[in-house]
Design a protein around this ligand. Structure first.
Ligand code: URP
Ligand code: ZN
Ligand code: ZN
Ligand code: ZN
Length: 465
């Protein structure tokens, strides 16, 4: 038996085990695990390195319309380029339903943009902004069958926020189709009220973005979303959780036996609202929702990752250029935080940050790292065991890490379409040195090989449904 590629000598970690052996790869899949596997066209020596499942980032925004005069900094090429440089083999971006546009039409547009451009595999979640009879009765059930098995709903944002009644209607479809609902949980009216108050007081600097979206607004909406999911008897993923109080709502629900899941992101481990206080408009670089909180909240998010309250760690990559009139600082964006587009880049930085701050500093072990960055994403979103693990029969989606590499993080290393990283200057230990997608090396030593073999992956029903 001959292999296309054999990876030798590495230390392999999955979500449950760590072992030393060679990996034989044939036709894009892992075909053998063992020693003395025989001959291959190519041998990759991973001695002294860690061999992990390729990262799956289940929360990224790419080429999404973001309001008047604002353009997202990444297209599918640049976002997946940064993802591959950061050790990822798959990303799950969103298809946003736009008002008056048939959902399928929008989905076709995203597919057209992604086609032939992607360095990593991709699969779309659907954002439901207008749950019409057509969408609820026809489109969603059909699309779930076609492999779009998760929807995101928003409880805030102009044009996106759903009422509780609408949330219940979407959840009813999820119950029927066994799709997984992801929720952006913040209380819209609280935010609108506080934003008006702050503006009337002349408090329009980026810092007040954080003031306008307090923990209470997130905690309340988290509790309400969980309650609606309980009533609807559906599993729920609460995305981008930023603080202890919201985390505790999820913990309580799980202790009751509800299928409530949580996600947190690098910004909630490493940034605080103090970062929004930068000179001039620099604070706009850190404007995202929910906003970064304080050091105690960071500690809470670490505990959530350690204790299993959070199942997934995603980037919520949502990139806008800073020094650009189509980015953070549109003419309107300069007048008030209200108009600064929400979101920060992070698809390339996610894994090195969690590896260094989590594994190297002893907060989580390597198996938990793999679970939080790959395996649980695959299980949650219907990709397992094809994706998210190293096992015979799985896709050969692999990242090889140099656990001792020392780097001072710069935006250039991430090479996304934005013009900054919120994590500039972080001292990181550990870096991915090779990324392999379905057996093909897409990144080696920080350089892309140019292969753009990324494809769309239809998904099965979530393991949680
Ligand atoms: O500020 C954020 N997180 N922007 C991205 C959109 C979202 O709500 O996830
Ligand atoms: Zn061996
Ligand atoms: Zn969101
Ligand atoms: Zn997001």
């Amino acid at each position: 038996t001959r292999f296309d590629t054999i990876i030798t000598g590495g230390r392999i970690s999955t979500a449950s085990d760590t072992f030393q052996c060679d990996i034989g790869i044939r036709e894009g899949r892992i075909a053998a695990l063992g020693h003395d596997l025989g001959i291959a066209d190519e041998t990759i020596d991973a001695t002294g390195k860690w061999v992990l499942p390729g990262g799956i980032d289940s929360h990224v925004h790419i080429s999404q319309p973001s309001g008047e005069g604002v353009v997202m900094a990444d297209d599918f090429e640049s976002a997946t380029r940064s993802a591959a440089l950061g050790g990822n083999t798959m990303v799950l971006p969103f298809c946003l339903q736009e008002s008056g546009v048939p959902l399928r039409e929008s989905l076709k547009d995203y597919h057209a943009k992604a086609e032939g451009s992607c360095h990593t595999d991709v699969s779309f979640h659907l954002i439901i902004s207008d749950p019409t009879e057509q969408v609820l009765g026809q489109d969603l059930p059909a699309l779930v069958h076609e492999g779009y098995t998760s929807f995101k709903v928003f409880m805030t944002y102009e044009g996106l926020a759903l009422s509780d009644l609408e949330l219940l209607k979407v959840m009813a479809v999820a119950r029927e189709t066994r799709a997984l609902v992801m929720v952006h949980a913040e209380n819209y009216d609280v935010i609108r009220y506080l934003t008006d108050q702050l503006e009337q007081a002349g408090r329009t600097a980026p810092f007040f973005h954080a003031t306008s979206r307090p923990v209470i607004a997130e905690r309340e909406a988290t509790y309400r979303a969980i309650s609606l999911a309980e009533l609807s008897e559906v599993p729920l993923m609460v995305v981008h959780v930023s603080n202890r109080e919201a985390m505790e709502e999820i913990r309580r629900a799980r202790q009751k036996g509800l299928r409530i899941f949580g996600e947190t992101c690098p910004q909630y481990l490493t940034l605080t609202e103090g970062d929004l206080e930068g000179l001039n408009m620099e604070g706009a670089k850190y404007v995202c929702s929910p906003p970064p909180r304080d050091h105690e909240s960071q500690q809470a998010c670490w505990e959530g990752l350690q204790q299993g309250v959070f199942d997934v760690f995603s980037s919520d990559h949502c990139p806008f250029r800073y020094d650009d009139p189509q980015g953070k600082l549109t003419p309107k964006g300069r007048t008030s935080f209200r108009w600064v587009p929400n979101g920060i880049p992070g698809v390339g930085a996610r894994l090195p940050i969690l590896f260094s701050e989590g594994v190297v500093k002893g907060r989580i072990d390597i198996n938990r790292f793999v679970a939080l960055t790959a395996t649980n994403h695959a299980r949650t979103y219907g990709l397992y065991p094809k994706k998210g693990t190293i096992a015979v029969g799985a896709d050969a989606d692999i990242a090889i890490w140099d656990p001792g590499a020392k780097n001072r993080l710069t935006h250039a290393m991430l090479n996304d379409g934005a013009d900054y990283t919120p994590y500039e200057g972080m001292e990181l230990t550990g870096w991915p040195v090779l990324t392999m997608l379905r057996g093909q090396t897409i990144m080696r030593d920080g350089v892309l090989t140019g292969i753009r073999a990324g494809a769309h992956v239809a998904r099965r029903i979530s393991d949680h449904a």
